[in-house]
Design a protein around this ligand. Structure first.
Ligand SMILES: [Zn+2]
Length: 283
């Protein structure tokens, strides 16, 4: 967290609260949050800017300023945004505060300090953010794209789904949920998946991401009241973090295994791993 559904929810809630507000001052509480330019230049450039709109690409959130300049944020594992009255003091994990006209301020909090902010003047090539290297959005996968991109790869399908260069926006949680829906074991090497597997995945990826985006929706009032901390998708997850609990389809206990350093959850019956066949085919 936050993955695409959470970032998009934050964008939808926060953008109207910022629109037409001008930045009156910047307080950097943790200098490492500023990825570009330097913290001093960031403060000087952002002050006086007026928020106009926003867009999301993968897990990146980009605010568009009236000047044409852009403020890009990546929330990583624990980042969050909330708009508060100027009189509210920062919380323990607040890393960056933008004071705004109208007596409010945008607070960027991040417990693990991995989130980053970039400010780019208009018409600057944004190679510094990494956004230009993202794969397509889960909702816009061209026909045959996944199979073409992955059929020759020996890496695990779980790892490939989380690769932002292949598809933008899927992380550990939704990769597990998508693979469970597709009945594919997360360790399966991409090169062993059939054409039918890729067709099924290509349709379930947008399907599941649309579902979780809808389930995560929240009103501005509720978001502000909970300071954006609550994730509403937890009760809808069928395998993620459910190790030891029964599979909703077959009753077998959900297992957890580390794949590429990430805790991965799956049903050993519904997502069986045909090891013997895989070994034979790979010789
Ligand atoms: Zn099952």
């Amino acid at each position: 967290m936050p993955e695409l559904p959470e970032v998009e929810t934050i964008r939808r809630v926060i953008t109207p609260l910022l629109a037409q507000h001008t930045v009156t001052g910047v307080e950097v509480l943790c200098p490492t949050v500023i990825a570009h330019p330097s913290a001093d230049d960031f403060c000087a450039l952002v002050t006086g800017q007026t928020f106009e709109g926003s867009l999301r690409r993968g897990k990146y959130l980009r605010f568009l300023m009236r000047s044409g300049d852009t403020l890009t944020l990546h929330l990583r594992m624990t980042g969050g945004l909330v708009v508060l009255p100027c009189s509210e003091p920062p919380e323990k994990h607040t890393r960056l505060i933008l004071g705004l006209t109208g007596g409010v301020a945008l607070h960027f909090s991040d417990q693990r300090r991995l989130g980053r902010a970039w400010f780019l003047p208009k018409d600057t090539h944004d190679s510094v953010t990494g956004m230009q290297n993202l794969g397509p959005e889960p909702f816009d996968l061209p026909e045959g794209y996944l199979q073409n991109a992955l059929h020759a790869s020996r890496r695990a399908i779980k790892e490939a789904l989380m690769d932002q260069h292949i598809i933008a926006g899927i992380g550990n949680i939704y990769a597990d949920e998508i693979l469970y829906a597709a009945r594919i074991h997360p360790c399966m090497p991409c090169c062993t998946l059939s054409a039918e597997d890729y067709t099924r995945l290509s349709s379930l990826i947008p399907d599941r991401m649309t579902y979780f985006l809808a389930k995560n929706a929240i009103s501005t009032e509720d978001y502000q009241a909970t300071r954006g901390r609550e994730y509403r998708n937890t009760p809808c997850l069928l395998v993620y973090n459910r190790q030891g609990l029964p599979c909703a389809a077959c009753g077998m206990k959900i297992e957890k295994r580390f794949i590429c350093g990430r805790g991965s959850h799956f049903c050993p019956a519904c997502q069986s791993m045909p090891i013997a066949k895989t070994d034979r085919e790979s010789r």
